[in-house]
Structures are given as C-alpha cells and as structure tokens.
Write a protein that binds this ligand. Sequence first.
Ligand code: DQQ
Length: 477
Amino acid sequence: MQKVDESRVIKVTNTRYREHFHIQTPAGWLNDPNGLCFFKGYYHVFYQFHPYSAEWGPMHWGHVRSKDLVHWENLPVALVPGDPEDSGGCFSGSAIVKDNRLYLIYTGHHYYDDGDQDHFWENQNVAYSDDGVHFTKYAGNPVIEAPADNSQDFRDPKVWEHDDQYYLVVGSREQANSRARILLYRSSDLLQWQYCGPITASQSIELEGSMWECPDLFRLNGQDILACSPMGIQPQRHRFLNLSQAAYFVGRLDYDQARFAHYGLHLLDYGHNFYAPQSFLTPDGRRIQFGWFSSFDNPLPEQDDGWAGALTLPRELVMHGNRLGAIPAQETAKLRVGEALNTSAIIHSPHQLPVADPQHTEWDLTFDLPNDYDSQVSWQLANNDQLLIALKYDQATGEVTVHQHGQASDRYATIGHVHQLRARIFVDTSSVEIFINDGAATFTERYYNDQQPVTATVAASQPAAIAAKAYTLDMKG
Ligand code: DQQ
C-alpha cells in the first residue's frame, strides 16, 4: 500500500477564503464527496483529494469523521494511489458496512504510457477497515473489470444492500455510440460481482449526456431515484447552463430484469457550483446528500493560497411533489453560535439586514408577497463596490434567479406562482447555499470577497412583509 509523501504535502498560505463551517482540505485540492456512511458511532466523509498541489492531480481519498454530521475531525488519508490496480488514481466510489467492517468500493484509474491524459482505462476495487481509520486494499483487486462493449469511461461505483444482496451501479459510456449508461452489478459478499447489465442509457448526448458520472440509486418515498452527474448536455433555455450538471431521474428499478424505467431528467440543484453529489442513509432513516462546490467554468482564487474546493453542507433529500428537492439537514442548527437577528418589517425599497458577521451567517427569510401577480422580492450580499450574490423571485414568471459576481450568466429555477417565499441561505467565507420553499429549489454558489464591509439587503418591488431570522455559524463553536 502506497503512503503519502509528507515532504511533498503543501500548506495553506493565506486564509482569506477559507470556509468556517464546510468540509475542506487541510491544504490541497478537493473534488467529489466519496464513501459517505455511518460506522461505529461516526459519520464518515471521504473526498477526492490531491495533497501535493491545489490543482487536480493523482486522486487520493481524503477523510474526515464526525459525531454529529457538522463538526468534522481530519483523519489520515484513507487511500493513496499508485498500487497496480489504481496506478493513476483512486477515483470516486462509495462505502458500505458488512459484519462490522467498513468497505470502500472505488475506481482504479490507469493511464497508458503514451503520456496522453485522455487515454486511460478504469476498473473497480475494494478496500476495507475495521477501525474506520486505517484501510487495507483487498489483495484480490480488481473486483470488477469493464465489459467488452465499454469505452474507457467506467467509474464511480455506488453500492447498497437490497433483499440480502449487495448491488452497485457504475457510470459507463458505451463504446459503439458514445452515450452514457448505467451498469448494475450484484454480489453476496462485496468481493465477487455478477454483471446484471445496463439498466438505462442516455437517449441523446445533447439532451441527456455522454457520460453519467457518480451515479447514485436509492429509494425515497416509494420511488426509485437515479441521481447522476451528466457530462455533455447542451443548454436548454434556462436549464442545463453549467458545463457539467448534477441531475436525476425518478422511476422504478426492476432488479430481476435489470431495468430502470423512468421519467425525464431534472436538475438536482440550479446553482453555478454543484457537482458529483452522493447520498447515504442515516441510522434514523434520512437520506442525506453532500455535493462538491464545483468549478468548471471559472478559476478558483483560493488556488493561489494552497487549497481548492469544499463540500456542501449535509442536505436532506425530500420529495417536493413529484420532484426531488433538498432541505438543510437538521444538524446544521448545531453550527449556530449565536442569534444574529430576529425581526419583521414591511419592506419596499432596499432594507439592510444588520448582522455582526454577514459572511458567516444562516439566514431564514420569509417574504409574504402582496396579493397581485407581478411582485418581485430579492436578497443580496454585496460589498461597497460589488454585488457578490443576488437572489430574486419574480411572481410574474414564477422564476427564482441567482446572480453570482463574475459569472457570465445567471441561473434560474421555476417554482411557479407563490405568495410566500421562504429562503434559507447559508453564507460562509466563500460559498452560499440557498434553499427555497422547503425543497422547491436549491442554488449552490461560490463567491470571493476582498473588501469589508459586506452587507445583506432585502427589497421588494411592492410593499411586502418579511420575517428575518439570522444566526452566526461556526464549526468551532
Ligand atoms: N471525479 C472523479 C471521477 C468522477 C469525477 C475523479 C467527477 O471518479 O467521475 O476525481 O467529478
């Protein structure tokens, strides 16, 4: 088993954009959340990690654990690449507990020796741990190799248990037509896997994508959900505007026929920066998801400071009508270190919400819109020179719009015509997460502020009542 070369590990050189209550690396690069689970009294979160620079590089699995899902303890790197079955990286995967042992199932990434980073092959591997801290790679790796009709893309296994069997889905691209598909495997021991076949495939690259990374299949309120991170979808008016997106299908998995029948593809989050989410079941039966504050379209200024990327807060997935939505996990209340504001007012022209630390604040805003059909209400975070993030709801279009400073275009979610808008907004040093109307829409955003003071302001196009609560948040609290 490879080890981290401590002499090459980088350090954070400037804390100006460091988050206060989100999972981030000690230093170095982070992308997808991996291996979410609850094991021997701790929640575990792993993440795609490059400890030697603030750029994406040979992928390790970084590791944190928590007793309460919001206060995290850094642990030693769980998986280091470079062994024969993960020579080019330990790519994304998932975790499951069996017989008191924690199993990680992850993708081994391999480059051919032609120096071309786009020329690779992938297989699936197992590692295990009895203490949840130290991991051993299984001597019989790989446990799954790609089927003969597969292209080089074959990654991100997500495992679960059903009727005393283990199943996993893996993201795949078929060789013949270059389209995304999801493959299903079954096992009784997590080590010997039987191929069940492709359960569904993209109907068109333009509309549904060429590769579905990080698939996640789970049951919620009597429906089967296939979440995935499609690459290659073309923008459709106000939808699918990011380079890569996180999306889902609602349907039903037929385990015997290995078929997932489903309705159309929907966005999981409408913001600029959300990708590769993964979910798991808490011991009390909630489906909790973490995502990566992705950045494909814009530079990450924190790379100059020796780190990059963060994971979202834990979100509880809920069905909102026949759509999948998310609300902040109830544990986020444990991050509150003080009440910052509790007020109500009739607002019209811009109205500042005075809190001590607007960049480390949870906002809970309820707008009661007047009984007409074209009111607009808004919330924004700004410094003296720049609008950093702005949220607007327009009754006439039924659309919520989010603007992020520096982004070429806004992002949109249609929630329909409502008379009450509740926005729960979590602002950290360089991220904002917005939850609208208990699961109707979420927006996940990064922002970078270099100037004080920062202020939060609400406004309405016609007089509207607002109830505003705010709490200061900190993981150290
Ligand atoms: N990131 C991992 C892959 C996955 C991609 C590599 C998604 O396993 O497909 O870091 O962001």
